[in-house]
Unconditional design. Structure first.
Length: 118
């Protein structure tokens, strides 16, 4: 099992446990996230691609995995996701470049999961 597959299998339960320990954080963050990430002046897909780029730039694996999946759900293509990763690498240099492998693993894991759901 790849790290990406392991993340997608364990993340929901991990977040449920975290929210149980800090319910006020979940109550505050959830609506904030939902309100900002819906269609507005920018469509949700563009917002998810931006969030992915920032996740790469700040080297947050959970952000990368989460936003690759959300990018697909918002209608982004593999090419758009990988181009976003390229821009993040250009802006973040070598440290961001090392996370390109995480993005690629997340893309493949999401594609496999989508194929299993079909």
């Amino acid at each position: 099992m790849s790290e990406a597959s392991g993340f997608y299998e364990s993340w929901p339960q991990r977040m449920i446990a975290a929210k149980a320990m800090a319910p006020e954080v979940g109550r505050a963050f959830g609506p904030f996230f939902r309100d900002l990430m819906k269609d507005g002046a920018l469509p949700a897909k563009q917002k998810e691609l931006i969030a992915l780029g920032i996740g790469i730039a700040v080297r947050c694996e959970a952000c990368i995995y989460t936003h690759v999946e959300k990018c697909f759900k918002a209608g982004a293509t593999e090419a758009e996701i990988m181009e976003t990763a390229g821009v993040a690498v250009m802006m973040g240099g070598g440290p961001a470049y090392t996370y390109l492998a995480v993005v690629a693993e997340a893309v493949k894991a999401c594609e496999v999961r989508a194929g299993q759901a079909a």
